[in-house]
Design a protein around this ligand. Sequence first.
Ligand code: CMP
Length: 365
Amino acid sequence: MAKIALTPRMMAFGDCAVATVGLLAIIVATSKSIAAEWQGQIGAIVWIATVLFAIEIHLCAEFVRAAGVPWMTGWVRAVTGYLRTPAGSIDLMAVLAIPIPTLLGLNDESARLFGLVWVLKYARYSSGLVLLGRVMRNAADSLLSVLLGFVIVLIAAANAMYLLEGESQPDQFGSIPLAMWWAIVTLTTTGYGDVTPLTVLGRMLGGIVMVCGIAMFGLMAGILASGFADELRRREFLQTWDLVARVPFFHDLGADKIAAVARLLKRREMSAGQVVMRRGQPGEAMYFVVEGEVEVDLVSGPVRLAHGKFFGEMALITGEPRSVTVTAKETCLLLELDVADFRQLAGDSPELLRAIADEAARRRG
Ligand code: CMP
């Protein structure tokens, strides 16, 4: 690993930069005048990008090897193992996109167009697309049901229109496949206006199909939106779970209790100098320090609380205002437990409440 000064972040940046330059070259080369004038340079850019992508596969395999994956210790194994991963398959496709069509005898101009698969390089690094993929997989059943409803309405509408207007407009509705163009345009509420019903019944049907289209897209949007919300909640829960497991105070809890606690806690990031709570304010939450340090401004002198410590518990226990001001001394990552969740946690885990109350008593003393 010491041989490689590159970090995965730098690699991702370089990879996307090379893909961008390569794609731009391919796209502008489709303009005949530019291609004629810059033929050599465009060819050079495209082939240099291909070579850089090949070197990248080697570097990624080195990263895998350095990470110590046991069955990928040799270079050949590391490369073949890496190429079998989704990211590796995209990288392999990027390397072979232009050489293979060239070897098969396509001219430079046509072979270059296969380089447009380099656009997948962006997908390789986009966490948003990975998230979308998960959401689609999770909601596949519901989305398929809506799609099926869409197909049923589409066929029924095309069929009805063929019966209603097939004779009066044979070139537009003379067969069911012909009528399907109108049905799709109407269902998706695109409305080009190139094919329109003329009879009263036909227009009434058109109205119903438009409303069905809106309802179906609304349903699909709803399914995807709730899928995204669920997935984000799940991610946040997993992150919080990791943080909770890192706080020594919760170490003795079992996995199921940690999961229950993780549901109650919220991540809070504080910047250096930010006041977390001010003396005299009502107590609405207590905090556990995961990263960084906070300073408790006691009359006897400031006290610092770092990883694993908690604060803000006194006001929750006694119902009195905050006893002192607490300020973040550096960028801090805290877990917040609000007063309602504190009561729930106290009911579910009396041993935790006892530990918190003992510490509060010690501090007060
Ligand atoms: P609370 O009174 O809700 O808000 C201020 C917090 O500072 C308080 O709860 C305690 O969590 C914390 N605090 C008060 N006294 C001490 C102390 N002596 N040592 C560490 N923390 C303290």
